[in-house]
Design a protein around this ligand. Structure first.
Ligand SMILES: Cc1cc2nc3c(=O)[nH]c(=O)nc-3n(C[C@H](O)[C@H](O)[C@H](O)COP(=O)(O)OP(=O)(O)OC[C@H]3O[C@@H](n4cnc5c(N)ncnc54)[C@H](O)[C@@H]3O)c2cc1C
Length: 501
């Protein structure tokens, strides 16, 4: 081991990148090691033909405006990258589209959302007010008590938080609404969270409405790759070193303390601090030698379940979106109002059923996103990785394209003209996510956020091993905003330890 770094960061996903940049900002000598040949993890793009396809980002939360900045804008400002980026406010909260011509676009203002829903569902007028008031009350109480850590938090002071913290979204929706279509429409955000309403905490739905309506959904010029490039460039400008095509094979632990890493090429590099942006599962089970991680931590991890992966179509069209009837940036495609656990079972099957999909068309918010006269669609549905691991290698291509056809048929059932304008089409399966992220079963949202594993019970950024921290979607909530923030928290933990030393 020659150079000893102050910290080594394993993985250049959102959490790894912000941890690295924050540590170098305080003068630490940091090495960032990434297995892929570009930074970003999920936050990347790739090129096919004349299109640069966005991999993951549909709607960035927590931004707010320059005048009324949200937490993410403030954080990116503190990292020194905000002026390197051009953010694009998205005009829609979302549209819900169904075969047969049903379309319900919602704008981003809360009162507009409420008015649009009341117009379509006048018989549920009072219930619509009740639902959004409850979501806002819950979010405000959660932020005050939990996020800002009110030391005097109590049931009396925060009655909504205490009453709803452990209710599923389905329980709340069933109590407030009667119309099944309305229930399906106001719960579509579960597609961003990985679990259907019967299993998902109401808290997440409430927080997503609050953050998107208050701070508005955003995208960026150049997509999420521009964000990743900006953070890594800042990291290098601060004096950090990044190595791509450089996976980590082992985190060296001696006497209960981190001592460095071994790369997949066999190089040993010393450091007393390691931040892992890899999954907690691979960190504990693959990267650290057996017998070192305390049994208690392994048992705790064993009680959690893995989130789904995703099946994604990246479609380049040779026309403007309006030519095929697409007029909103974010579209949740519904086949029916199925609101039972059957949705969960569908996610465990290979083929595309009538499950929820989200289709983004960034070009409607940013006309320069694709080449002139073209546009791109990113269509995602959630699928667990396990059935894909059982597909024999010889049948993988056939199964992948069969599923892609099934998904495309669902899109064409709503937008029939899409089929005759496809110029490029690429497909990502759970195995693609497994390969590029290195996460078990290609899970894209870390551990499942079941009621027992909600934001109140997450693993956290620290570990029982001295000097080992976690940053990313496996130690807290997933999504861009939480994982970017995760890196900052991990960095703060290390800086605090160093200050105290
Ligand atoms: C299809 C899709 C759509 C999404 N849509 C949205 C959205 O609209 N809004 C939103 O907020 N979120 C969305 N997300 C989720 C969001 O992208 C993720 O939660 C977030 O980007 C995860 O960041 P992370 O820090 O956990 O790192 P990850 O992105 O998981 O990256 C981990 C990195 O670590 C590297 N790595 C792993 N092991 C090793 C090793 N041993 N050595 C070196 N490197 C290693 C990997 O190569 C990877 O680069 C979406 C995700 C996907 C896949």
């Amino acid at each position: 081991m020659d150079t000893k770094y102050d910290a080594i960061v394993v993985g250049a996903g959102n959490g790894g990148m912000t941890a690295s940049a924050a540590l170098t900002q305080k003068g630490l000598n940091v090495l960032l090691l990434e297995r892929h040949n570009i930074p970003g993890g999920c936050a990347t793009s790739f090129c096919r033909g004349r299109f640069e396809f966005e991999v993951a980002l549909h709607q960035l939360s927590g931004m707010g405006t320059a005048e009324q900045p949200g937490p993410l804008r403030l954080m990116l400002g503190s990292l020194g990258v905000i002026d390197d980026l051009e953010f694009v406010e998205m005009p829609d909260l979302y549209n819900v589209a169904m075969p047969g011509g049903f379309s319900l676009p919602l704008k981003t203002q809360k009162d507009e959302v409420v008015a649009t829903l009341k117009e379509r569902f006048p018989h549920e007028s009072g219930a619509i007010d009740e639902f959004f008031d409850l979501a806002y009350r819950y979010a405000n109480e959660f932020l005050a008590a939990f996020y800002f850590k009110d030391p005097e938090a109590s049931r009396e002071k925060y009655p909504t938080l205490y009453a709803y913290a452990f209710k599923t979204a389905a329980e709340v929706l069933d109590r407030i609404f009667t119309d099944p279509l309305l229930k399906a429409i106001v719960s579509v955000y579960w597609g961003y969270l990985g679990l259907p309403p019967t299993r998902l905490s109401f808290a997440y739905i409430a927080m997503l409405y609050f953050t998107y309506m208050e701070f508005k959904p955003f995208h960026l010029k150049g997509g999420s790759q521009a964000l990743s490039n900006a953070i890594v460039n800042r990291f290098m400008a601060n004096g950090g070193t990044v190595r791509y095509n450089c996976g980590v094979r082992e985190i060296i632990v001696e006497g209960g303390k981190v001592r460095g890493v071994v790369t997949e090429a066999g190089e040993r590099i010393a450091s007393d601090y390691v931040v892992s942006n890899a999954s907690q599962v691979s960190t504990y089970v693959q990267l650290i030698a057996p017998g070192i991680v305390p049994e208690e931590a392994l048992t705790e991890m064993g009680g959690r379940s893995l989130s789904p992966s995703a099946f994604v179509l990246f479609i380049g069209l040779d026309c403007e979106p309006e030519a095929v009837g697409i007029t909103e940036t974010t579209n949740f495609l519904l086949e029916n109002t199925n609101f039972t656990d059957e949705i969960f079972n569908q996610m465990r099957r290979l083929d595309i059923d009538d499950q929820l999909m989200v289709m983004s068309c960034y070009d409607l918010a940013d006309r320069d996103f694709s080449p002139p006269g073209t546009c791109q669609l990113n269509v995602v549905t959630l699928k667990y990785g396990e059935p894909w691991l059982r597909v024999p290698a010889s049948q993988y291509a056939q199964v992948k394209y069969r599923c892609a056809e099934g998904m495309l048929d669902r899109v064409k059932a709503i937008y029939p003209d899409v089929g005759s304008h496809i110029e490029e089409l690429e497909v990502a399966t759970p195995l693609t996510h497994m390969r590029y992220l290195g996460h078990p079963f290609g899970a894209i949202y870390g551990f499942e956020e079941h009621m027992k594993d909600t934001m109140f019970f997450q693993p956290g950024r620290e570990s029982p091993i001295g000097g080992l921290y976690f940053a990313g979607g496996w130690s807290g909530d997933c999504g861009f905003q939480p994982t970017l923030e995760a890196g900052m928290t991990a960095a703060k933990g290390i800086l605090k330890e160093l200050d105290a030393a």
